[in-house]
Design a protein around this ligand. Sequence first.
Ligand SMILES: [Zn+2]
Length: 130
Amino acid sequence: MDTLNEQQKNHLRTVLEAREQSLRDEIRREVNLQDDYVQLASEVPDPGDLSFANLSIDLGNAAVTRDMTELRAIELARKKIAVDNYGECISCGYPIPYERLLAMPAAERCAPCQEAYEHTHLDGMKGASM
Ligand SMILES: [Zn+2]
């Protein structure tokens, strides 16, 4: 079984830390941007401009939500490194290949399990909309 060696684990930890840092910066920027729009909305009485500002706030929220989701996944991955069960697929329990972790260090599943998960998830969505 190809479990991660210490060198690989250390490298992925560095990648995760760098990604976490840039995500935090990104979120800070997005939140600052929203503050500017909120300011704009309260200063401009024109309803047209106001709705544009509101729309921009919504888009900002979506970006923040996406970043927060990734940030949580990264924090989870870093906790797993700390307790030494990082790189293990949460669906089948086998080690996730190093190459996959390099591309997606916060991945929780191996490629086949992720595919199966997304397939199930999409089918569920389809059923719910009918
Ligand atoms: Zn798996």
